[in-house]
Design a protein. Structure first.
Length: 248
């Protein structure tokens, strides 16, 4: 727990926090005393549920809606949110999409949409935020959500693996630029985690592949993010932390 008294509470943007891992991360950080900017692209009902759960914990939540692949809309809404509520202390770049298919059958749209959302989204979200964070002179935390696919590749995910590997490179480079400002940048790389995205997979076969013999829980990914956001992680930057049950 990283509880902060109200007057010194820090605000964190969590992209893609209407459902799945992003929702669990947002609620976990709220439990640790962070105010949260809840971001969603299309599922307003679920995003409002995230806000409700956060506010029930006695911290503040604001709602921001944009498509992270739309550069201008992303910039405009982030700038407006910071103007209203103040500069973020941290950002969790979690929003992303998959369009899985074997490479010979992959369409240009399937390639472009995955790269455009997962990798361009890194630039589109962080570009309007980084200078205000630097100018605030309060340090900060940036956590990007990569994937096991970005570390070792995955069949049927050439587009997703490329984007998630790119995120690792971008995060490591950005960490070098921001380190002297006391802003850390790290990647969390989940393996197979129980979620809507993995609900259709054959869990019995998958469990045989995983040394810990089970799928991961969103709470276990969120706990890792929560630690990286804490004061105790101030000396950790430029790292990729894998949460994958020993799969790689």
């Amino acid at each position: 727990m990283n509880n902060h008294p109200q007057e010194s509470r820090k605000r964190v943007l969590v992209t893609g926090s209407s459902k799945g891992i992003g929702k669990t991360v947002a609620i976990t950080l709220a439990k640790s005393g962070f105010d949260i900017a809840v971001h969603y692209r299309s599922d307003e009902t679920q995003a409002l549920d995230t806000v409700e759960q956060i506010e029930a914990l006695g911290v503040e939540a604001s709602l921001v809606q944009f498509d992270i692949s739309d550069r201008e809309a992303t910039r405009a809404i982030i700038e407006q949110d910071m103007q209203t509520h103040g500069v973020y202390y941290g950002v969790i770049c979690n929003a992303g999409i998959t369009r899985d298919t074997a490479f010979p059958a992959m369409t240009g749209e399937e390639w472009d949409s995955v790269i455009g959302t997962n990798l361009d989204g890194f630039y589109n979200v962080l570009r309007p935020i980084v200078m205000p964070m630097v100018q605030a002179k309060k340090g900060g935390r940036i956590v990007t959500m990569s994937s096991l696919s970005g570390e070792i590749g995955n069949r049927g995910q050439v587009n997703y693996s490329a984007a998630k590997a790119g995120l690792i490179g971008a995060s490591k480079a950005l960490s070098l630029e921001l380190a002297k400002r006391k802003i850390t940048v790290n990647c969390v790389a989940p393996g197979l985690i129980e979620s809507d995205m993995t609900s259709e997979l054959d869990h019995k076969d998958i469990k045989k592949m995983i040394p810990l013999r089970r799928m991961g829980k969103p709470e276990e990914v969120a706990a890792t993010v929560d630690f990286l956001m804490s004061d105790g992680a101030a000396y950790i930057t430029r790292q990729v932390i894998s949460v994958n049950g020993g799969l790689a």
